[in-house]
Design a binder for this molecule. Structure first.
Ligand code: SAM
Length: 338
């Protein structure tokens, strides 16, 4: 598992130069059939710097995009970038599992496409003060939504040793999770942890010298694990996938780009669940009510090719999957709108 993003930098400037959209052409190609209707609406659930959304608005001049982001700074920058498209773009401050709630508020019963480009943006990594990067000293924050919720410092200073070790092991696949957790608990009895540099030093000191020599920056896995915990990334994604699929019209498509294996596994399972019959395997005839309601439109997970990798280092770990809704979700499987 490796989201391979925390140790790269891009020039700081406007939204377009801050984040190069990953596999943009392929996303547009996968979305195109769903966006044919004259009244087509797409939700970009991870608006970020608006790179994918701008691509959609340019390529499909009749399409309207609703862009969600939990990060108000991203919404502001993307809003500026997309202002020339007028009312074809609407930005909404929301977590992506609220998709149906947002659509209900906007009076949109269903949409033709949902795009999810998971994880953090280059903006978030490059804004030192937000504490996502182990490469610069900053407050231990790591919240994508800087207006609410627990910070990395809250997690580090309040979780017990067992929970800390679990977070580091499960979300970071960190071999030395128990040692690092012990060091964190010991350090905070002296004073609460407040800075990313303190955490980096603790991690470095907890890892045997031989292991430090391999596998990239020693704090990379710890930072990834904390970011996932602070933002509840996996729980939110697990709720968001069926919510997003429910928001699609028949013929609508969902396209998801994941950058680490835990997220990709959730995407794979959610799409496979819809693309598989829900009938018990021993039934002689498949009842129409149990037929699959999704069709997979990518074979397995697609990765970036050499050209994309050369253009955009962020694409290194991408796994892209897409599916099309082929019928309404059967009643016995349908998730009710909250
Ligand atoms: C990889 S960036 C998207 C970049 C975008 N596709 C572009 O081309 O500029 C991911 C964005 O999704 C947002 N995000 C991550 N998890 C989210 C969630 N659960 N709900 C809403 N936004 C989320 C992050 O704040 C970040 O801005």
């Amino acid at each position: 598992m490796d989201d391979a993003t925390a140790d790269r930098t891009v020039p700081v400037g406007d939204a377009a130069s801050r984040h190069v959209p990953v596999l943009l052409e392929r996303c547009l190609e996968l979305l195109a059939p769903a966006l044919e209707p004259a009244d087509a609406v797409m939700v970009d659930s991870t608006l970020g710097m608006g790179g994918h959304t701008e691509g959609v608005l340019r390529r499909f001049p009749h399409v309207r995009v609703i862009g969600l982001d939990r990060d108000t700074q991203a919404l502001d920058l993307a809003g500026e970038r997309l202002a020339p498209f007028g009312d074809r773009f609407t930005g909404v401050h929301a977590v992506y599992d609220e998709i149906r709630d947002v659509l209900r508020r906007l009076g949109i019963p269903a949409v033709h496409a949902v795009l999810m480009d998971l994880g953090v943006s280059s903006l978030q990594l490059d804004e030192t003060e937000r504490g996502f990067s182990y490469a610069q000293d900053a407050p231990l924050d790591m919240r994508m939504d800087a207006t609410s919720g627990q910070t990395a410092a809250d997690v580090l200073n309040t979780y017990d040793e067992r929970d800390l070790a679990r977070v580091l092991r499960v979300y970071g696949e960190e071999r030395f999770a128990p040692r690092i957790a012990r060091a964190i608990v010991r350090a905070r009895t002296v004073a609460p942890l407040t800075r990313t540099s303190e955490l980096v030093d603790l991690v470095r000191a907890s890892i045997p010298a031989a292991a430090r020599a391999t596998g990239g920056h020693p704090a990379k896995r710890t930072f990834q694990a904390l970011r996932i915990e602070v933002n509840g990334e996996l729980e939110t994604l697990e709720r968001a996938l069926p919510e997003s699929i429910e928001a699609l019209v028949v013929g609508g498509r969902i396209v998801v780009e994941a950058y680490q294996s835990l997220e990709d596994r959730l995407v794979k399972h959610a799409l496979a669940a819809g693309a598989t019959s829900s009938a018990p395997p021993d039934l002689p005839v498949l009842p129409p009510t149990h037929e699959p309601y999704l069709r997979l439109v990518t074979r397995g997970a697609e990765e970036a090719d050499e050209a994309e990798l050369a253009r955009n280092p962020r694409s290194q770990s991408v796994r892209l999957r897409a599916a099309e809704r082929v019928r309404p979700t059967p009643d016995h499987l349908r998730r009710r709108a909250a």
